[in-house]
Design a binder for this molecule. Structure first.
Ligand SMILES: [Zn+2]
Length: 242
């Protein structure tokens, strides 16, 4: 029975290690997607700022072209003023010139605003480009490390799985079934019995049963938590590593 307990302990250790490797195998790809997603978001945000910058440039050019067209109109109208014969025509043309000048004042204001917006957007785009460059460099390194870790862990996992297979073959099938049942329910299966206490649930073990654990002639389960109990042969003065 002692060898079965030892094998179960080894199996339990392997299961713990396998579980940790499984967690890592789940965690690292998630981390990688998180970094990729963040880079993608930065890219999209940069693209948006660039698009806005282009739109503003276009708007400014349109305003400028309208303004210069209007200035031509005014020049032509002012020349025409000298050729006008009637006061009414003169008045109408003066009004037209006034309207165009007013429109031009608005356009000039628009252009100033657009220039200001452009300045802000140019800074924004530059900053976003820098951020993206830095992030991409940093994240590429991290992702590279994580990918290497994943392949290392995958290898270690396969080796451990083989070890587990070997260990399971050393264990009596009935005991293994019991082990799996307790593991599903309690996680930890094999626990030490110390001073007539189960270290799994801290409940008392009846003296008779505790003696049986000590002699380890048969597999003893804690009456309370059903975990499999064992005693270290040299319990005296040893540090407990529950
Ligand atoms: Zn117990």
């Amino acid at each position: 029975m002692r060898s079965q307990i030892t094998a179960l302990e080894a199996l339990q250790q392997l299961d713990i290690e396998l579980r940790e490797l499984e967690d890592d195998l789940e965690r690292y790809p998630q981390e990688i997607s998180r970094y990729k997603e963040e880079t993608e978001n930065t890219k999209q945000s940069l693209a948006k700022a660039k698009e806005e910058l282009n739109q503003t440039r276009k708007r400014k050019m349109e305003s400028e072209s309208k303004l210069s067209g209007n200035k031509d109109k005014i020049k032509k109208a002012e020349v025409k003023l000298f050729e006008i014969k009637t006061y009414r025509e003169y008045e109408a043309l003066q009004k037209e010139i006034g309207d165009v000048k007013k429109a031009n004042a608005d356009l000039e204001e628009d252009i100033l605003k657009e220039m200001e917006t452009l300045e802000g957007l140019e800074t924004e785009v530059k900053e976003k480009e820098n951020t993206l460059n830095e992030k991409e460099k940093e994240y590429d390194k991290i992702i590279d490390i994580y990918n290497r870790k994943i392949s290392e862990i995958t290898k270690a996992y396969e080796i451990k799985k083989q070890e587990k297979k070997k260990m399971v073959s050393l264990i009596n099938p009935e005991i293994h079934t019991l082990y799996e049942r307790i593991r599903r329910r309690n996680g930890v299966v094999i626990v030490q019995a110390r001073n007539e206490l189960c270290t799994g649930c801290n409940m008392n073990i009846p003296p008779q049963l505790f003696n049986e654990v000590l002699t380890s002639k048969r597999m003893i389960q804690c009456p309370n938590c059903q975990r499999i109990l064992y005693c270290e042969e040299t319990t005296e003065g040893e540090v407990q590593t529950a």
